[in-house]
Design a protein. Structure first.
Length: 384
């Protein structure tokens, strides 16, 4: 087990990076895999070389790189090791919901997932998609391109092994595999194309307004955690996370003198600023695969009591993703310094969020949000 860190209430602002990122992302920042380890013969070759190097360096039985495909299923893109023949084995498991559920949960995790088959054996279909037998233990490392999950780095080990000797190296290799997917812009499917579009729009927003771009990136992981806690479907979690990253994309259409004004906006300026959800939704509706994201972006300034904008809808008329985003967006704004006001502390911001439950925010969302903020950021956990 990787030791967990304490809750956030009462902690200093320097703890904020642990709130807005995963342990895997922070460990991956420790360094790079040496370039001389790999030769370039195309992206598929690079992924296979990474799998081979993982088996050699980490002394594991096998390594598999699973790429997230449309519909929340996973496709094997690279494999090295001794394959285990399992009845019903296939490279893409489409029919076994439980097999896909484990992988979906792992790819959305804050850290790696450890499966100990001695205590919780997988069924045949689950073993088939992971290409393991009944006796191997499995490590599932989530791979992300920035905020977007793109696949899993899977290691199978002997049943006596419960912790890798060089965990940092495993994180680095998983990170390297994700970078190959990103750098080569692999045209595997519409899902990967959407990831590239989302990232490009995020970069465009950052170029237009750095502080807005950074705010959007910070709140994305927290928004995703709440969606997971509330039991949203994998498809909805994908849309909610992307809406969090792009919720302010409409500010691209706001004039500089308003967007960058070093002070509070007057009434006329607020009328213009309030157009950004509609502008953002119009931009996103033009992109295939982002219509659900557009719906959430349009509604992210609606309020639970109907006092928000632009539609003035209330309660459960507001999509759940937009209700989540409203809470996290407000929290992120409150704990960020502005030219016209200093940042609030985390306890102060939490108190304000709770005070506004039932008025501005859905009480159910506030309850989940409070739990997530106070939750220790634990390391690897066995699959339940």
């Amino acid at each position: 087990m990787i030791s967990s860190s304490s809750g956030l209430i009462g902690e200093t602002q320097k703890r904020l990076p642990t709130l807005f990122s995963s342990a895997a992302e922070r460990l991956a920042d420790l360094g790079e895999v040496p370039d001389h380890w790999f030769s370039y013969d195309g992206p598929a070759s690079l992924l296979n070389q990474i799998a081979i190097k993982a088996v050699d360096v980490l002394k594991v039985k096998q390594c598999q790189i699973l790429v997230l495909a449309p519909g929340g299923i996973f496709r094997s893109q690279a494999f090295h090791g001794l394959p285990v023949v399992v009845s019903g084995q296939s490279s893409v498991q489409r029919d076994n919901f439980r097999a896909q559920e484990i992988l979906q949960k792992a790819v959305l995790g804050d850290d790696l997932t450890f499966i100990d088959q001695h205590f919780k054996p997988l069924n045949r279909d689950q073993q088939a998609v992971l290409r393991v037998g009944p006796h191997e233990n499995i490590y599932l490392f989530p791979m992300r391109i920035d905020t977007e999950p793109v696949g899993l780095f899977v290691l199978a080990v002997e049943p006596t092994i419960r912790k890798l000797e060089d965990m940092n190296q495993a994180y680095l290799l998983a990170n390297q595999a994700a970078k190959v997917l990103h750098r080569e812009s692999l045209p595997y499917s519409d899902e990967e194309s959407i990831v590239e579009i989302v990232m490009a729009l995020s970069k465009a927003l950052e170029a237009r307004d750095l502080s807005t771009g950074e705010h959007c990136r910070h709140i994305t992981r927290l928004t995703e955690r709440i969606a997971v806690d509330l039991g949203c479907s994998f498809h909805d979690i994908q849309s909610i996370r992307r809406a969090a990253l792009l919720h302010d994309i409409g500010k691209i259409g706001i004039p500089d003198n308003i967007l960058h004004k070093p002070g509070a906006l007057n009434d006329r300026e607020w009328v213009i600023m309030k157009q950004h959800p509609e502008i953002g939704a119009r931009i996103l509706r033009m992109i295939a695969g982002l219509s659900d994201v557009a719906r959430l972006v349009l509604a992210h300034h609606e309020r639970f009591d109907g006092s928000g904008y632009p539609l003035g809808i209330s309660g459960e008329e507001i999509p759940i993703g937009a209700r989540i985003l409203a809470v996290v967006d407000a929290f992120g704004a409150m704990i960020t310094d502005r030219v016209y006001r200093p940042a609030r502390t985390i306890p102060e911001a939490m108190e304000e969020i709770q005070r506004c439950a039932g008025k501005d925010f859905d009480p159910k969302i506030v309850k989940s949000f409070t739990k997530i903020i106070n939750m220790p950021l634990a390391g690897a956990e066995p699959v339940n």
